[in-house]
Design a protein around this ligand. Structure first.
Ligand code: SF4
Length: 224
């Protein structure tokens, strides 16, 4: 007689164990991973994250020193002329929209939060130019509060690893974080981003170099 098929609860438990193993390996592989954007305060991280839409972190990090030297905090930014912000953020692309978002957000921070960046996701997403992804970046990196950021790397790799089939980042966030201990949410994103840049790239998964190979259902499928 064949053995009974595993129940839903047993399958879930097995997937949680697989995820813990993946986390252990990623932690070992990328021990020094940290936020890829340069910043000195939560406000600066917020601005840098707004600028990072459709732009590389490297370019943002080259752009923000001059911007923050001129307007270091929400108070200074809120008093800026839009044209001056536009000029300083131009290299990051879509600069008119980004400058507007930064100026309006700074004004809200000054009028509603005394110039500080709020610590709750619900308040963060109310700010202009701030979606769940940006809010989670702030929570996880500036405030050390669990925030699971789903960017293109995180979405792609969690799909390849079989923890989701969704392409909608918000659905991926809710689905995948069920498997990840809350304390690891922020770092888990950073590990996957590092892994997505170095090994499990969009163009070609380098499975032969991958520490997760024995745990990945897509091993050997380079463009999955
Ligand atoms: S085994 Fe291949 S597809 Fe799976 S995570 Fe590693 S590089 Fe990506």
């Amino acid at each position: 007689m064949g053995s009974a098929r595993p129940s839903k609860a047993e399958r879930l438990l097995a997937e949680r164990r697989r995820m813990l193993e993946i986390i252990k390996l990623l932690k070992r592989e990328y021990p020094d991973v940290r936020c890829f954007l340069d910043y000195a305060t939560p406000f600066q991280l917020l601005v840098a994250t707004i600028l990072s839409a459709q732009c590389t972190d490297e370019r943002v990090n080259k752009t923000t020193p001059a911007l923050f030297a001129r307007f270091p905090d929400a108070g200074a930014m809120a008093r800026a002329k839009i044209g001056e912000i536009e000029k300083l953020v131009q290299p990051t692309g879509f600069y008119k929209n980004k400058a507007k978002a930064i100026l309006e957000t700074s004004k809200i921070l000054v009028s509603k939060y005394d110039g500080e960046v709020p610590r709750r996701l619900e308040e963060l997403v109310e700010l202009r130019g701030v979606g769940r992804k940006t809010a989670n970046v702030i929570l996880g990196n500036a405030y050390d509060t669990p925030g699971f950021v789903v960017d293109t790397h995180v979405g792609r790799i969690t799909r390849r690893l079989g923890f989701t089939r969704n392409s909608d980042p918000v659905k991926v966030e809710y689905e995948v974080r069920e498997f990840v201990p809350e304390a690891d949410w922020s770092k888990f994103s950073l590990w996957l981003i590092a892994h997505g840049r170095a090994v499990c790239t969009a163009r070609k998964a380098k499975c032969e170099e991958c520490v997760l190979a024995r745990l990945c259902p897509k091993v050997g499928v380079p463009r999955s």
